[in-house]
Design a protein around this ligand. Structure first.
Ligand SMILES: O=C(O)C1=C[C@@H](OP(=O)(O)O)[C@@H](O)[C@H](O)C1
Ligand SMILES: C=C(OP(=O)(O)O)C(=O)O
Length: 435
């Protein structure tokens, strides 16, 4: 499927975006391991979270789909998973494979995991190294650096682990394995990353505590089922948010978005660039802070970004790069080398494709330099089967003169089913077409 985009006049109106991907994955995983029934509402029915549901069904968990966004999970308890009859295929989802490996490290049976071409290129050593230290037996391509991977778990010992990179997936993997280890398992990260695993474990009655700067769980803890209400995903809200910032005369409201402070880096970055954004109706939902995001189109100014802000907007850097093409001056983004190991090498792919549209953008080893404002022109672009790149380019196409075509956009369904319809209801001109 390709997306054809024409320049949009201005965006107006109210909208909602699909449920948070990180929270949806974790709700299925913790619900599966809990004692009792967990109901999930606001679940993201995107391909990645459907991969998590499929994997847990294969591991013997009954999951009823009351509707596409409401699940009832019949928890089997921490020790109730069953050996799967076949390979678990996580599709495109890094979160599924890395968090699941943590859980499987605690299971006294064998599992093989694989995924699509992108997953098979992504680094898994970052989780297989600590899991082996805990006692899991793992083999795989490149001696366990890449999927397909096979794992036989059980008899884990607790570790204290300092993650070499800021990664919520690595942190979460180790904490989940820690539920099965003898003793107290602790993780220290170089920079705070999204803390949903810690928060959700607590809401499932697990004691998660700080000790000597490590975030810790005790082996043998049990999970008590609880309902989870998933807020809208700020990483999806990022696309209408930036489109409205860039199109003069726009004014939109995106309702019910999760604004956990480990995720709001893009809002901070855009405000630093002069954007008019307000958080309204701030409230709590299932232990997470939620708000409506109001935004008005305005001329942005360039700014420099790096350090602790980067993990707080890690998936939003491609769309921030699009915003920077329209900002006055030179925007510099550093400390973002992790983008090279996402669904695509996002520093390279966004640079290559925005250049086709006339952007002045340069790739650094760990970031980007973007000069603006540059009038963009429509072009035929590649998404590299990367949902965030496809959607960032569709927003670029909405401010460009002429028609922009983005190829291989099926992947948009990974995190934002209904993307074109949501954007069009606000005033965008996007069409999905078969290739
Ligand atoms: O834990 C999570 O749900 C995620 C963590 C981040 O990945 P890393 O942990 O690899 O940085 C992020 O890019 C991904 O979209 C979701
Ligand atoms: C990197 C992403 O997800 P994952 O790591 O789960 O594939 C993303 O959604 O941008």
């Amino acid at each position: 499927m390709k997306i054809a985009v024409e320049k949009a006049p201005e965006l107006n109106g109210q909208t909602v975006v699909p449920g948070d991907k990180s929270i949806s994955h974790r709700a299925v995983m913790l619900g599966a391991l809990a004692d009792g029934i967990t109901e999930v509402s606001g679940f993201l029915p995107g391909a990645d979270c459907r991969s998590t549901v499929r994997a847990f069904r294969q591991l013997g968990v009954k999951i009823d789909e009351i509707s596409s966004t409401r699940l009832r999970i019949h928890g089997v308890g921490v020790d109730g998973l069953k050996e799967a009859e076949d390979v678990l295929d996580v599709g495109n989802s890094g979160t599924t494979i890395r968090l699941l490996l943590g859980i499987l490290a605690g299971q006294p049976f064998h599992t093989t995991l694989t995924g699509d071409a992108s997953i098979r290129r992504r680094p898994m050593g970052r989780v297989t190294i600590p899991l082996r230290q805990m006692g899991a037996v793992i083999d795989g391509r490149g001696e366990g650096k890449y999927a397909p991977l096979s794992i036989r778990g059980g008899n884990l010992s607790a570790i204290r682990y300092e993650t070499p990179m800021a990664s919520a997936q690595v942190k979460s993997c180790i904490l989940l394995a820690g539920l099965y280890a003898e003793g107290v398992t602790g993780v220290k990260e170089p920079t705070l990353t999204r803390d949903y695993t810690e928060r959700m474990l607590r809401s499932f009655s697990v004691d998660v505590f700080q000790e000597d700067g490590y975030i810790c769980v005790r082996g043998g803890s049990r999970l008590r089922a609880t309902d989870v209400h998933v807020p809208g995903d700020i990483s999806s809200a990022a696309f209408p948010l930036v489109a409205a910032c860039l199109l003069e005369g726009s004014e939109i409201l995106i309702e019910n978005v999760g604004i956990n402070s480990t995720r709001t880096g893009l809002i901070d970055a855009l405000i630093k660039m002069g954007a008019e954004i307000r958080l309204e109706n701030t409230r709590m939902l299932s232990g997470e802070v939620v708000a409506d995001l109001w935004v008005k189109g305005t001329q942005l100014r360039a700014a420099e970004f790096g350090g602790d802000l980067i993990p707080r907007m890690i998936d939003e850097i491609p769309i921030l790069a699009v915003a920077a093409t329209q900002a006055e001056g030179r925007t510099v983004i550093r400390d973002a080398a992790e983008l090279r190991v996402k669904e695509s090498d996002r520093l390279h792919t966004i640079t290559t494709e925005l250049r086709k549209m006339g952007a002045r953008i340069e790739e650094l080893e760990d970031g980007l330099i973007i000069d603006g404002p540059t009038p963009l022109v429509g072009a035929t672009c590649e998404s590299y089967h990367d949902h965030r790149i496809g959607m960032a380019l569709a927003v670029a196409g909405s401010v460009a003169e002429g028609t922009t075509v983005i190829r291989d956009c099926e992947s948009v369904d990974v995190s934002f089913p209904g993307f074109c319809n949501t954007m069009n209801a606000l005033g965008c001109k996007m069409k999905s077409l078969s290739e």
